[in-house]
Design a protein around this ligand. Structure first.
Ligand code: NAP
Length: 291
C-alpha cells in the first residue's frame, strides 16, 4: 500500500460556479456524518446542504444544533428523513430532491453499520447497508447528477484486499470481474468470507467485505458510468471515535469525528472540473492510496 499523490487541488485551476450547488449526505445525525455537515457549515461552504438520517427526531436535533451554532451560514441546511435500506424512504427522498432542485451536485454516501459479534442476519444487513444500499441510492441519483457532479463514498481501509480472506480477495482482484459477478459475491458473502482471518482487528468479516465490495464497485463500475466532468471517490476517514468504533477504544488510537470528516470535506470541496487522473480512486488522509 502506498500514497501516490500530493494535494490534488494544486492540479486544478478555475471553477465555473455561478449556480448555487446542493449536497446530500446520509447518516448525518451523529459521528462522521454530523461532523462533516458541521465542518461544511462552519466554513460557509458553497452548498445548500440536505442532511439526512433514518431517525427523524435525532436528525432534526442534529441539524438544529448546527444551525444554532452557526447562525451566519449563508446557505440552507435542510433536514430530510432517509433510511438507505428502506426502498420507500429512498424513493420518497430522491423524488423530493428531484422536485425541489431538479438536480444534485454532490452525494456523500456516509451512512454505515458495524455490528459487534453479529448474527448471520446482521452480517447480511451489513452488506446491504454498506454496499447494496449505497449502490442503489447512487444509481437512483445518477440521472439527477449534474454534469460536473460528485459522489463521495465513506468507505474504509479495511476494504483493501489485504484485509480480506483468500477466497474473497481472489474473487474481487480478478481484473475481468463483471458487475453481475460482484453482486453475486455480495449475495453469497457468508460463503465468500469463510476463510477470513480470525485474529483480525475487526473480528466480523462482513464489515471489511462490505467496504471491499464498495471500493470495487466504485473503482471498476461507477467510474465507468460517469459522464462529462462527473467525479466519484471512496475514502478512509481514519479510525474515528464514534459509536461505530466503540469496540476499538483502548486498542488503537482514535481521532475525533471532526478530524475524521477531513478527507470527506476535502473531496467535497475539490474543484468541479474533470479529474481523470484521480477519478474513482481511494483516498486516505487527503492522499490517493493504491492497494
Ligand atoms: P456512527 O457514528 O455509528 O454513524 C453511522 C451513521 O450511519 C449513523 O448516522 C447511522 O444512523 C447511519 N445509518 C446506519 N444505517 C443507516 C440506514 N439504514 N439509513 C440511514 N442511515 C443509517 O459511525 P461513523 O463512524 O460516523 O460512520 C460513518 C461512516 O464512516 C460509515 O460508513 C463507516 O463505515 C465509516 N468508517 C468509520 C470508521 C470509524 O473509525 N469510525 C472507520 C472507517 C470507516 P443511526 O444513528 O440511526 O444508527
Amino acid at each position: 500500500m502506498g500514497c501516490a499523490s500530493s494535494d490534488i487541488r494544486e492540479n486544478n485551476s478555475q471553477e465555473p460556479n455561478s449556480v448555487k450547488r446542493n449536497l446530500v449526505i446520509t447518516g448525518a445525525n451523529k459521528g462522521i456524518g454530523y461532523a462533516t455537515v458541521e465542518r461544511l457549515v462552519a466554513e460557509n461552504a458553497q452548498f445548500d446542504i440536505i442532511a439526512t438520517s433514518r431517525n427523524v427526531e435525532l436528525g432534526e436535533k442534529a441539524a438544529r444544533e448546527i444551525r444554532n451554532k452557526y447562525p451566519n451560514f449563508k446557505n440552507d441546511l435542510i433536514y430530510r428523513q432517509l433510511d438507505v435500506d428502506d426502498e420507500k424512504s429512498v424513493n420518497v427522498f430522491v423524488d423530493w430532491v428531484k422536485n425541489k432542485y431538479g438536480k444534485l451536485d454532490v452525494l456523500v454516501n456516509n451512512a454505515g453499520v458495524l455490528y459487534e459479534n453479529p448474527t448471520v442476519d446482521q452480517q447480511i444487513k451489513t452488506i446491504k447497508t454498506n454496499f447494496f444500499s449505497v449502490v442503489t441510492l447512487t444509481e437512483k441519483f445518477l440521472p439527477l447528477l449534474t454534469k460536473d457532479g460528485k459522489i463521495v463514498n465513506v468507505s474504509s481501509i479495511v476494504g483493501s484486499l489485504s484485509w480480506q480472506g483468500p477466497t474473497l480477495r481472489k474473487a474481487i482482484e480478478n481484473e475481468r470481474i463483471t458487475e453481475k459477478q460482484l453482486f453475486n459475491i455480495a449475495h453469497n458473502i457468508i460463503e465468500e468470507t469463510r476463510d477470513y482471518p480470525k485474529e483480525a482487528l475487526i473480528s466480523d468479516p462482513s464489515y471489511p467485505a462490505s467496504k471491499a465490495l464498495l471500493n470495487t464497485y466504485i473503482r471498476r463500475f461507477l467510474v465507468a458510468k460517469l459522464k462529462d466532468n462527473q467525479q466519484c471517490y471512496s475514502l478512509h476517514p481514519g479510525v474515528v471515535q464514534t459509536d461505530m468504533a466503540a469496540g476499538l477504544e483502548g486498542k488503537i488510537k482514535l481521532i475525533t469525528p471532526y478530524e475524521g470528516a477531513d478527507t470527506s470535506v476535502y473531496l467535497i470541496n475539490l474543484p468541479f472540473v474533470k479529474n481523470s487522473e484521480f477519478n474513482g480512486k481511494f483516498f486516505d488522509n487527503r492522499k490517493v492510496v493504491v492497494y
